[in-house]
Design a protein around this ligand. Sequence first.
Ligand code: ZN
Length: 135
Amino acid sequence: MAARPPSEIVSFHAHVYFTAGAEAEAARRLREQVAERFAVRLGTWHDRAVGPHGRPSYQIAFGNELFASLVPWLMLNHGGLSILVHPNTRNPRRDHAEDRLWIGTPVALDEAGLPDHDDNPESAGEPNTTPTMTP
Ligand code: ZN
């Protein structure tokens, strides 16, 4: 089977998971720290499980060029939170279920409902953060 080229990857998501209480506090702090340091698109804060995500979460959408700086930063600063990092290609189900990586402890996902084909893989979109400090 031919190797898949990384050019299949249009962008990445990091999904930050939390439960109510101390974890939500840590997730809120992490969100602020990311916004201060990285030109990313922060998604809606979900206080309950949405889509394939089995617990409250928010999304960080980012361009491929940020992977090498943002992902190591999250590895060192996740504060015990579980974070799913996945590529966005033409196969959302595979992106989430097979080609992902975890920072912290993996949490259950319900990926069965995700489509296995998408002609328009999600781009990172315009950043909605305005970083004021370097990582
Ligand atoms: Zn995602």
